[in-house]
Design a protein. Structure first.
Length: 426
């Protein structure tokens, strides 16, 4: 969730950088009136799109395709206009003699940020047969790479008089103005507006539903699972919006560096979890866990290199977020018992004898130390079983006492609503 909020803070800033190419009002030059204008724009951007997320923005497949075509069209036009003027020599310039060498850290961060996350299978998994997932993943990576590479080659190959020191986020607008005129520059700005709005709404919705899912599983306070009359998670959306506004003072470079470092941590944990899974359940893979570990090593090494080049400030921000996550995790148990905060009961999958709590070593944190008390509590709470829905959760219309009871039963599977964090890390 934190990674998603940090990523979402990029889009208002990126949109502002495009606007600054056509209006000096939003220049990022440190002037007090420009700072105020950028802050008001960011706040308005977040508030309006947060309301859209709260209201529920249903984008059908046809609308999504039309929006995609509209966003990509000006860059395709830029490529066609630049094609006769492209000289490959512009692609191989390494430095400007009087402007110094290329800044490798921002270059690597920008490149890494542009290519990470588009390998997510969720973008196409629902529309592709399971047996063709490998082909779909390969096709999506190729298409995403081409969509970034073609306009970049066109811009650097045709606009050869532009120095590297003049390139920054939003430069496609000035390149479009040089090659195609003002109409193409304005089209690129409008395209960027739609793209940033779409990415922001998509990311915020994803972040909000992550919080709602954790709340529904009893891992976060129940209020984060509360839905509006439109079926959207109200407080989860609000919390995500607050996180975006809180990060608006960071520069574009600092945000993408923090996002990259969070991505490195997350991906390294995923790779480690994958190796661990194959080691514990060898029947799931044709290869041994040692073979898979060796195959994951180059990727892990490259992720380590990306993490190693980040500035101390980026490490401080990232570790602060990680520490905050540990604190929130550690407070789940105490707040269930002493603060009167309502939680939903843990799902049957977590609380069962062979469930996730047991497999993660959390069985000592379940409030299950006194068997006789547990059995007595189970008997007392049998009256609440009718309020359980088919997935093992307490329904919203159940009374508060069932929400906070130590244990509720559903069939033969106990549902334990309390666990005691110990080391707060898995």
């Amino acid at each position: 969730w934190i990674s998603g909020v940090v990523d979402n803070a990029i889009y208002p800033i990126l949109f502002l950088d495009y606007l600054s190419q056509v209006s000096s009002t939003f220049d990022n030059d440190g002037a007090s009136n420009h700072i105020l204008a950028r802050w008001l724009f960011t706040l308005s951007f977040v508030l309006i799109l947060t309301f859209l997320c709260y209201r529920g923005l249903d984008l059908t497949g046809t609308s999504a395709l039309l929006l995609t075509f509209f966003v990509l069209a000006p860059f395709f036009c830029l490529f066609l206009i630049a094609l006769p003027q492209i000289r490959p020599s512009g692609w191989f310039r390494t430095r400007d003699d009087h402007h110094g060498s290329i800044r490798l850290r921002p270059w690597i961060n920008n490149l890494f940020w542009n290519v990470n996350y588009y390998d997510s299978a969720s973008a196409w998994a629902g529309d592709v047969d399971r047996l063709k997932w490998g082909q779909a993943m390969t096709a999506s990576i190729i298409l995403c790479a081409i969509s970034s590479l073609i306009p970049m080659l066109a811009a650097t190959g045709a606009d050869r008089n532009r120095k590297y020191s003049e390139y920054h986020d939003g430069s496609y607008v000035s390149v479009a103005r040089t090659l195609g005129g003002g109409w193409l520059a304005r089209w690129v700005v409008v395209s960027a507006a739609f793209a940033n709005v779409g990415l922001f709404v998509s990311e915020m919705s994803s972040d909000a539903y992550q919080l709602m899912g954790m709340a529904e599983h009893g891992l976060l306070p129940a209020c984060l699972a509360r839905k509006s009359k439109y079926g959207t998670p109200t407080y989860a959306i609000l919390l995500s919006a607050i996180g975006v506004v809180a990060l608006h003072n960071l520069t574009f470079e600092a945000i993408i560096a923090t996002e990259n470092l969070l991505y490195c941590f997350a991906t390294l944990m995923e790779l480690a979890a994958f190796v661990k899974l194959v080691k514990n359940k060898p029947s799931l893979s044709r290869f041994s866990w040692k073979t898979i570990a060796v195959a994951c090593t180059p990727g892990a090494f490259l992720l380590g290199l990306v993490a190693a080049i980040q500035r101390p400030l980026v490490w401080f921000i990232t570790l602060a977020f990680a520490f905050l996550g540990v604190v929130v995790y550690a407070m789940i148990g105490p707040t269930r018992r002493t603060c009167g905060i309502r939680y939903r009961v843990l799902s049957a999958e977590w609380a069962a004898k062979d469930g996730l709590a047991k497999r993660f070593g959390w069985d000592d944190r379940l409030l299950d130390r006194d068997r006789s008390t547990r059995e007595a509590t189970t008997t007392e709470n049998e009256t609440h079983t009718d309020n359980m829905n088919s997935s093992g959760y307490v329904s919203d219309d159940d009374d508060d006492s069932a929400m906070n009871n130590t244990q509720v039963t559903s069939g033969n599977t106990p549902l334990i609503s309390d666990f005691r964090p110990a080391t707060a890390f898995v």
